[in-house]
Design a protein around this ligand. Sequence first.
Ligand SMILES: [Zn+2]
Length: 105
Amino acid sequence: MEQQIREYVQTLLKMKAVKGFFGTHVQKQTNAPIEQVQKVLVQMVEEGLLTKQYELLCNKHNCMTVLDKQTSLERLSSFYDCELCGEETENVNPTILLRFLIPPK
Ligand SMILES: [Zn+2]
């Protein structure tokens, strides 16, 4: 299963149009459990094949505006004002997504 995940990600790495993806995408394509997908993707980050990007999204009424993007969770602040709905993130329980980016060759 791990090999299957790696092979699928390798095909993504070869596609010029693909700049990044979420673990759930790989999960859907490989039918592997999400925990295993995340584990393999994190290994591939450590191997330098991918980089991580945490994205903080406004959660107010499914606004889903991206408020910030950082390479580590610690770098995300807990205070943002959403430009679209004007809400402050401390009130909206923001969503944090982990995107895997393909480094430029
Ligand atoms: Zn918003």
